[in-house]
Design a protein around this ligand. Structure first.
Ligand code: CP
Length: 322
């Protein structure tokens, strides 16, 4: 693995899951792997889970994480090639990134999409420019179109829950369902979840959403897609709940129909499904209190597993550098 930007950077997803679960069982077993190594963590957007779990993961490996909130504390960065920098952008990424490449051994970056310009967001300009100019491995902490550490965590959690009885010994049915939200949100989490479930290849995968909420088929091809949420949920083992804004007519909210909110009633036709969400979640808009506070929710387990996902990824990149 050179960088960790998408599922396609991972040759053996099951092997990486086993590595993460081994760190969960024994967090400090590689506590000297990162000795004298620095992990730069650049945030161009807010975060709670990703920021804390990745710092803990780096420290468990003996590495030093250094957080830089570029959005609040840094110079405004220009990413376009040949830009005439007469506006409010102060420093070009081609000047800043090589310096970070000298300061750090691995660079982790969070950038959100604008949701205004689909071509620009889906070109992943920001993260690709850091890969191009930093000269060190780059880890996505969520980019314009993907959230690979979240999706890897989701696959870890599904594996863990299956071992505990849900769908043990058979292909699970996983349903990704759209949910209402008050804001237009990126497609990164559902794109990424679809990409990872498809790449993992060990589930019957269904995506359900209202009309005109289709995601980019480059991520969803392989899944069954339906607008009938009730039919989709039948016999589901896992229900992944997430809002996203429209992809085709980019970044819009077409509906906020509360009928799409996940409730215990909606779970009745499932196989007592475990319910997942990447968090943060809008309670009683996306997911009801009764689910989040009840026995079907695995959201805390899922978020806690972010540490082991990040640790497995950082460990592999650190080993590659040795
Ligand atoms: N799920 C997730 O990435 O959470 P944060 O935005 O808090 O990091």
């Amino acid at each position: 693995m050179k960088n960790f930007i998408s599922a396609h950077d991972v040759k053996d997803i099951d092997g990486l899951v086993q590595s993460a679960l081994a760190y969960k069982a024994d967090p400090f077993k590689d506590k000297t792997l990162g000795t004298n190594k620095r992990i730069g963590m650049l945030f161009l957007n807010p975060s709670m889970r990703t920021r804390l779990s990745t710092q803990i993961a780096a420290q468990n490996l003996g590495a030093e994480p250094i957080v830089f909130n570029v959005d609040k504390e840094g110079w405004a960065l220009e990413f376009e090639e040949e830009a005439i920098m007469s506006g409010n952008k102060v420093e070009h990424v081609k000047d800043a990134a090589p310096i970070m490449g000298n300061y750090f051994d691995i660079l982790c970056i969070r950038t959100f999409p604008s949701l205004k310009n689909k071509e620009e967001d889906y070109s992943e300009l920001y993260i690709n420019q850091f890969i191009r100019y930093s000269g060190i491995p780059v880890v996505s902490l969520e980019s314009g179109t993907l959230h690979p550490l979240q999706s890897f965590t989701d696959i870890i959690t599904i594996n863990e829950v299956m071992k505990g009885g849900v769908a043990a010994g058979r292909r699970p049915k996983i349903v990704l369902t759209w949910a209402p939200h008050v804001k237009a949100l990126p497609q990164a989490v559902p794109n990424s979840f679809a990409q990872w479930v498809n790449a993992w290849g060990k589930a019957d995968f269904v995506i359900t959403h209202p009309e005109d909420y289709d995601l980019d088929p480059k991520f969803t091809t392989g899944a069954t897609i339906t607008h009938d949420q009730d039919a989709a949920l039948k016999d589901a083992d896992f229900v992944y709940v997430k809002n996203w804004s429209t992809y085709n007519d980019y970044g819009k909210i077409y509906t906020n129909d509360p009928e799409w909110m996940m409730t215990n009633d909606k779970l009745k036709p499932t196989n007592n499904a475990k319910v997942m969400h990447c968090l943060p979640v809008r309670r009683n808009v996306e997911l009801s209190d009764e689910i989040l506070d009840g026995p079907n929710s695995v959201v805390t387990q899922e978020a806690s597993n972010r540490v082991w996902a990040a640790q497995a990824v950082l460990a592999e990149l650190l080993r590659n550098k040795k």
